[in-house]
Design a protein around this ligand. Structure first.
Ligand SMILES: [Zn+2]
Length: 130
């Protein structure tokens, strides 16, 4: 079994079971192209810190880097959407798409981060009823 592990700096947030591979979209499914899981490091482009990691029991041999502002340096309207978050910013299928089986501590982090952004007025909560 493969597990996905969530880390915030050096604090372990927990894990969940995932497959060894994932299929990105319908075209990939049609081509039978599956992607291997890869360990991911979140790199803040403002302070140079690797502020989070997502690792796998069975991952490809190369790490990937996600350049994303940490929660200390990304609290600006430009970066607020994803700053400090471990969630995928890609709208389709992704191993880091936010899901209810994320470890409770990772969900707690995401919820508190959203609340902090809300309190700072960084979230665009306008609805498009027109
Ligand atoms: Zn930073």
């Amino acid at each position: 079994m493969n597990n996905q592990h969530f880390w915030l700096a050096n604090s372990y947030l927990g894990s969940r079971p995932v497959g060894d591979v994932w299929i990105a979209d319908e075209q990939s499914a049609a081509r039978r192209t599956a992607l291997r899981q890869h360990n991911l490091a979140y790199f803040c482009q403002y302070c140079g810190t690797v502020w989070a990691r997502v690792t796998y029991d069975r991952a490809s041999s190369r790490w990937e880097i996600c350049a994303r502002a940490c929660s200390e340096h990304g609290m600006t309207p430009l970066d607020a959407e994803v700053a400090g978050s471990l969630r995928s910013s890609y709208p389709g299928v992704d191993p880091l798409k936010f899901a209810r089986d994320w470890p409770p501590e990772a969900i707690k982090w995401e919820a508190e981060l959203l609340l902090r952004k809300y309190e700072l007025g960084l979230l665009n909560l306008e609805t498009s009823d027109a």
